[in-house]
Ligand binder design. Sequence first.
Ligand code: EPU
Length: 336
Amino acid sequence: MATAAPLFASGSVPNTLRVPCLADRLCWARSEAQLIEALRAGGECALLLGQGSNVVLPERLDQPVVIAAWRGLRLRVRGDEALLTCAAGESWHGVVRYSLGQGWAGLENLALIPGSAGAAPIQNIGAYGVELSERVVEVRVFDRGEKRVRTLDAEACGFGYRDSLFKTDSARYAVLSLTLRLARRLAMRLDYPDVGLELQRQGVTKPTPRQVAEAVIRIRRRKLPDPRHWGNAGSFFKNPIVAPGQAERLAQSEPGLVAHPVSGGVKLAAAQLIDRCGWKGQRRGGVGVWHRQPLVLVNLGAASGPDLLALGERIRRSVRQRFGVDLELEPSVLSD
Ligand code: EPU
C-alpha cells in the first residue's frame, strides 16, 4: 500500500547569507494547509522560514524547520484602488514587479529587497522613505497559540521601525499571506535624496512609478551586494535611536553626523558610525564589511553564522567605544 511522503526530511536550510546550516527535520510547505500540518506536527519549537533573508543561522538546527514555499497572487480592483493578496512564498521583488506591471503604484520604493513576501511584514521592510506598513491592509496568520487562522488588520500588526508583532512574538505567528492597498495614482515619495538625484541623472522630471522603481533598482545595485554573488542579509544593524541629549553631545564631539528626529529620540545612521570606526571594506576571515555600504556584512565564501556574529560583535564594540551607542542587530539570530 502506498504511504504518504513524510513531511520532514533532513536538508540544508536556505538562507541569503549562504552559511551552511543543516536541519535533521526540514519541510518545504507547498500550501497553507501543508504549512499548518507541518507546524502542528513539528510542535511548539518548529521554526518557520521563507527565503532566510533576515536570519543568521547556526551550523546545525535540532528543531524542525518549515519553509513557506507556496505561491499565489490575487488582484482585486476597486475603482482607483486595488487590493493585492500575496502568498507567503512569493518573492517580494516579484510582487513589486507584478504590481507595477499591472499598472498599480505603491510598492515602487520597495523594489529589489531580497526575501519572501511572507517575511516582509515581520521586519516591516522599508526603503527610500516608504515602509511596508503604509501599504498593508491585513495579514493572515496561523496563530500557533490559539491554533487557528486569523486575519489581523494593519493596526493589530504592531508595526514599528523594522519591527512588528510577528517579530516580537515570532514563536506564535506564522504569516500565511498579506493584502496590500495599491493605487492607480499616488503621490510619489521622492524626498529621499538618493532617489531624487538618480532621477535627475536620468533626466526624468515627472517620474512614473516604474521609473521610480528603476531608479531604486539602480541605486541598490550600485550600493548593495547582489545576494546571488555575495551572501548577505541586507542591513546587519538597525539605525540606532538615541536620546536628544546624547545626540546633541555627539553633534559637538563628532561634527557632521547624520541625525533625524523621530518619535522617541534621534535616529543616527549606523553606516556612518561604522564607517567612522574604519570598518568599511575590512575583511576578517570569511566575512567582509561591504565597501559601499558598511551596514551590510557579506559572506566571502566560506563563513559560518557564528563567524558573522563574531565580526558583528567586534563592530558593535568599536561603535560603543567611540560613540557610546549600542547597535542592535537587524536580522534574527537563531541558535541551535
Ligand atoms: N553613510 C556613510 N558611509 C557609508 C554609507 C552611508 O557615512 O559608507 C551615511 C550616509 O551619509 C547616509 C547615511 O549613512 O546619509 C544613511 O545611509 P543610506 O542612505 O545608504 O541608508 P541606511 O540608513 O544606511 C537604510 C535601510 C536600508 C535601506 C536604505 C534606503 C536600515 C537598517 N537600513 O539604510 O535597508 O535600503 O536605508 O532607504 O534601516 C535593510 O534593512 O536590509 C536595508 C538595506
